[in-house]
Design a protein around this ligand. Sequence first.
Ligand code: UGA
Length: 434
Amino acid sequence: MDISIIGSGYVGLVTGACFADVGHNVICVDNDRKKVETLRSGKVPIYEPGLEEVIHRNVSAHRLRFTESTEDGVKHSQVVFIAVPTPPLANGSVDLTYIEKVAREIAAVLTEYRVIVDKSTVPVKTGEKVADTIRRYNKAGVDFDVVSNPEFLREGCAVNDLMNPDRIVIGANGDRALALMKKIYEPFMAPIMVTDINSAELIKHAANSFLALKISYINAISAICEASGADVEKVADGIGADKRIGRSFLNAGLGYGGSCFPKDLAAFIAISEQLGAPFTLLKEVQEINKTQRERFVKKIRDTLWVLKDKKIAIWGLTFKPDTDDVRSSVAIDVANDLLREGAVVQAYDPKGMARIEELKLCPGIEMKGSALEAVSDAEALILATEWNEFNNIDLDEVKKAMHTPIIFDGRNLFDPGTMTQLGFQYYGIGRAGG
Ligand code: UGA
């Protein structure tokens, strides 16, 4: 199949690379000239495990190329995917200006039948709007179909998620478009679920909101565990063993962050209100997420007392491990909470530090070259993002380097018993000693 993908961000780039890897011819389009030049020169602008290799392999095999021209993409493909950003507006609703702009651009160059697929996360009924827009701006009245095909990949394991999805959701209103979509996904061996366009759009927001709800649910339980002396990990294992509940996304911690859950929850709340069916439960999910971080910072304050001028180390600043993405990272919020109270924050993250400095997200933070450097002379260590590197570190060395060996483990990475045996004062989330 000949495919073009408009927008070379996380979703567009990973989707394009993986489609090429299963044998399709893919053109990735982006209006950012610098990004296109970077990609053409063989460099990948984001850190995503395995992605660079897949891109190189498929560029060499001439199945993947990059362009700035929407016309080039639309002209040389049967199916055009839209994967541009849908950022939040101040009131939480979704800014759809990029989607609208791309719809107009496609309309301007559409000369024969194409399937236009929305992969970006969009409010229900966006497909209808995209179709209206293309119809309005395509003077020639060319036949086309709009399809919704939401993406469920997670950053940090995006290539694997895309190559081995649990399901593929295709929202289509016609057989011609559906047949082409099925052909694209034939090599993926995953169950294909066909729905109408509105349902497919809703599935994405409903899925992300449910996952965020699971996280807030276990975080609320973690507060009860701390108050009662129970262990949240054991509770999560116990409830997660019930197949109807499942163990995944029941890891208590500092709360969810990233470019998806916070934005998608706010959007889904706004959409539900606009539709006159307010989803108030999700407001509580947001509230628990905020409280979880506040409880954590309070625990640090209660333990260390005055934070002003205290050296505090933070390990991990990205919103989750295995990514360089620092958008809406709870770790950064914690760092800023401490900086506001006058603490001296010494941080280390394997991939996120350059971007934080570039975007000036943590003014005053001291970035260190290694995990051990970050804990030097520190009066406490905060584990904020559970990079594997921190799991393999020599904790005796850490203890020796610290001024006072106190650990606040915001992701329950370490075992409380082992930490206590090693001589640390250990505080986890929802666990004994927490
Ligand atoms: C999320 C969804 O998991 C994907 O299915 C979806 O495609 C994506 O959003 C999207 O809409 O594009 P992502 O944000 O990349 O993926 O990362 P997750 O692995 O879902 O983690 C999100 C946040 O939840 C992280 O801050 C993580 O630390 C936190 N989390 C996750 C927990 O606190 N506890 C858990 O048990 C799981």
